[in-house]
Design a protein around this ligand. Structure first.
Ligand code: PFF
Length: 448
């Protein structure tokens, strides 16, 4: 096996490492809190089962069959006359946009790992003030931690697929899962756990707003790393004769279970200690530290472990977000891995500084557009627009552009004809209309 290739298990870990990220442990719980608990969770789960899984198979298929960077893989699979489809591979660039806020948040998390050891706030006001101060006033602290995050990400990427990406995932993913599982087991002993279960699984249809649907669908893409060629790029380095459907199943299974486990665990703590579930993006940085401080020494250990798990989740995703750009520049522009990594990292680091400044009191106004701070603008643009658009592109390409026999050939060995037909139908007649509907809902042409 070539050194530039994953092992089969290594791929599943790396792809799950990509999927399980800040989206699961930071975003999912606070979004569920903001958009109506069970109603949000229902749309999120439905999108994953009805559309996400099929699209993930489609993305893996493109990378696995193309065996190259995203642009070359689209080019390789497109029929001769439709070679323009190669440009679809540029969806990988969405990754650089995501990284401009993703790396900033990893920076906050690293800061909170240290903070947890030194001092945990004991009241909600103190916690709010602490986080507000970091984000609103301490630009330099944030820049330093954003830089540390960038350097960590770079140092993994520089070592390439096998020695960098696969190895890191092999070490960090099992630790991350153990930490979340351990915290969940503890949380299950609390009375707040029942309330947490109710919060996640009781659906109140009155809470199902148009906005909640857009957010839930967008988040399903974000959490499965769909729509920007991340797992597609990893799949290009899969050994031949890999069962891509099984691989996709594992990624979806691990990603969804970890999100639900993390969410249930956090809300059990939050309800137990009477905190507010709808604190927004500050949830893990404000409510949780207070909760942990009330548990005493054990709480400090929980806090450190929790933020470490969050940092690991962020790092294993971040590398997958940058890798498409690196593979593209290496393959098509013949840059070295060193040059590609340095340039890609410099771009997201620099724009990331503007992103973090958009939340500060001093510079916020300069980096706010149409009432939205650059941070929120980039988050919403990527999650709600670019990833669904990328997903739609993948679905149209696999469902209508690539020859059906070619699509079938890449999985015929592993799935029955019936399964293939059902999946193919899903891509063509469920995923595409669902995505078009979501995008129209987003621009307000359809309103629910
Ligand atoms: N799936 C990651 C998360 O949930 O945090 C984020 C992500 C990774 C989005 C890779 C997109 C991507 F291509």
């Amino acid at each position: 096996m070539k050194n530039s290739h994953f092992s089969r298990a290594g791929f599943i870990l790396a792809a799950s490492g990509s999927a399980v990220g800040l989206g699961n442990i930071w975003k999912f719980p606070y979004m569920a809190g903001e958009y109506g608990g069970g109603a949000f969770v229902l749309v999120y789960l439905l999108t994953i089962v009805c559309v996400g899984f099929s699209l993930l198979v489609a993305e893996i298929l493109i990378g696995y069959s193309g065996e190259k960077d995203a642009v070359s893989s689209f080019e390789e699979l497109a029929p001769k006359k439709e070679i323009g489809w190669k440009y679809a591979g540029f969806m990988g660039a969405t990754g650089l946009l995501i990284m401009t806020f993703y790396s900033v948040v990893i920076g906050w998390i690293l800061y909170y790992v240290i903070l947890s050891v030194i001092f945990l706030p004991t009241t909600m006001e103190a916690a709010q003030q602490g986080f507000g101060d970091l984000v609103g006033n301490q630009a330099w602290t944030q820049i330093v931690f954003h830089l540390i995050a960038t350097v960590l990400i770079m140092s993994i990427l520089l070592k390439g697929i096998k020695g960098g990406i696969e190895k890191t995932n092999e070490i960090l993913m099992p630790i991350l899962m153990l930490i979340i599982l351990g915290l969940l087991l503890y949380a299950m002993t609390l009375d707040g756990f029942k309330e947490s279960l109710r919060f996640f699984f009781v659906f109140e249809f009155s809470k199902l707003s148009s906005e909640a649907i857009t957010q839930a669908v967008g988040h399903s893409f974000f959490t499965l790393s769909i729509g920007m060629a991340a797992i597609l790029t990893y799949a290009a380095s899969l050994p031949r004769r890999t069962n891509i459907v099984k691989a996709a199943f594992w990624v979806v299974f691990l990603d969804t279970s970890i999100a639900l486990m993390a969410g249930l665990m956090m809300y059990a703590f939050i309800f137990e200690f009477n905190q507010d579930p709808a604190t927004g993006p500050g949830l893990v940085f404000i409510s949780l530290p207070v909760v942990f401080s009330q548990i005493g020494t054990l709480g400090t250990i929980f806090a450190v472990l929790f933020f470490l798990a969050l940092a690991f989740a962020g790092l294993t995703s971040a590398i997958s977000i940058v890798e498409p750009t690196i593979e593209y520049t290496m393959n098509r522009l013949e840059w070295s891995r060193l040059k590609s990594t340095l340039i890609a990292s410099a771009i997201f680091f620099i724009v990331g500084v503007f992103t973090l400044l958009s939340y500060t009191a001093e510079y916020g106004a300069i980096f706010t557009f149409g009432g939205l701070p650059l941070f929120d603008l980039l988050d919403k643009l990527t999650t709600n627009v670019l990833l669904p658009l990328g997903g739609l592109t993948v679905a149209i390409f696999v469902g209508f552009v690539v020859r059906k026999e070619r699509v079938y050939a890449s999985m015929s060995e592993f799935v029955s004809k019936g399964f293939f037909e059902a999946w193919y139908f899903n891509i063509r007649f469920i995923a595409i209309p669902a995505l078009v509907f979501t995008l129209l809902n987003l621009v307000g042409i359809i309103k629910i």
